[in-house]
Design a binder for this molecule. Structure first.
Ligand code: SF4
Ligand code: FES
Length: 249
């Protein structure tokens, strides 16, 4: 009996090519295969020159994000059964420069992430004190837990129309992480982080389209984090305005 197959139309690009293009591959169709299995089949059996990123194969590392039929998605979590009979178009994530085939350059995101200090900041007087624990209640953990589930897959950046339009926009994942640390009871860096978040290219640039939260495979809800940060920012602004004598450093 003839084996059932499915067609993949894969974006191909090399920096020394005049123009990118699409290459068509026919791969076996299996009920239990995800798009990443099909790409691995191409790489192993048909064309070893195909470049793409992946690692964990279980929706944890965040490295296998691509546009599948125009939607930003984790290719290790997208089953061929949902795309049959095809063809399936596989492209690099939108809104990032392409390095080669399906591999994008994440330098700009890493720089933005660095701007929001995505770690617990302590005041200078006790930052070297490693003798004490900073304990936390379950309720305090719950305040930021959802925003801490990010796997840096960049699907939200590929889906966000503002990221596509404003190069400097900090973007959904970086702002959600900033809010995650602002909500952490052990952190003391909210003021320094808010200085960055409230810049023109920070939270106020977000138009609340909400696509970032729709595509997020970990239900981080970056759009919710940004709206929450906007509200807190406005409240903090008026507090500072009305009670300037209170030390909030
Ligand atoms: S917020 Fe969600 S979509 Fe954005 S990078 Fe994190 S896990 Fe991925
Ligand atoms: S390979 Fe790690 S998230 Fe898909």
């Amino acid at each position: 009996m003839k084996e059932t197959t499915i067609q993949l139309d894969i974006y191909r690009y090399r920096p020394d090519w005049d123009a990118p293009g699409y290459q068509t591959y026919e791969v076996p169709y299996r009920d239990d295969w995800v798009v990443l299995d099909a790409l691995n089949y191409v790489k192993e059996k048909i064309d070893g020159s195909l470049s793409y990123r992946w690692s964990c194969r279980m929706g944890v590392c965040g490295s296998c994000g691509m546009q599948v039929n125009g939607e930003p998605t984790l290719t290790c979590a997208t089953f061929l059964t949902d795309l049959y009979p095809g063809p399936v178009k596989v492209e690099p994530l939108n809104n990032f420069p392409v390095e080669r085939d399906l591999v994008v350059d994440l330098t700009s995101f890493l720089e933005k992430l660095d701007h929001v200090s995505p770690y617990i900041v302590r005041k200078e007087d006790d930052e070297n004190d490693l003798t004490s624990e900073y304990s936390q209640t379950p309720a305090e953990l719950e305040r930021y837990k959802q925003f801490s589930m990010c796997i840096n897959c960049m699907l939200c950046y590929a889906a966000c129309p503002v990221v596509g339009r404003v190069d400097e926009f900090l973007g959904p994942a970086a702002l959600a992480l900033a809010q995650r640390y602002n909500l952490d009871s052990r952190d003391q860096g909210k003021n320094q982080r808010q200085d960055v978040m409230f810049q023109n290219e920070g939270i106020w640039e977000c138009t609340f389209v909400g696509e970032c939260s729709t595509v997020c495979p970990k239900h981080v809800d970056p759009a919710g984090a940004i709206q929450q940060a906007k509200l807190e920012g406005a409240v903090d602004y008026y507090k500072r305005l009305l009670t300037p004598w209170v030390d909030r450093s």
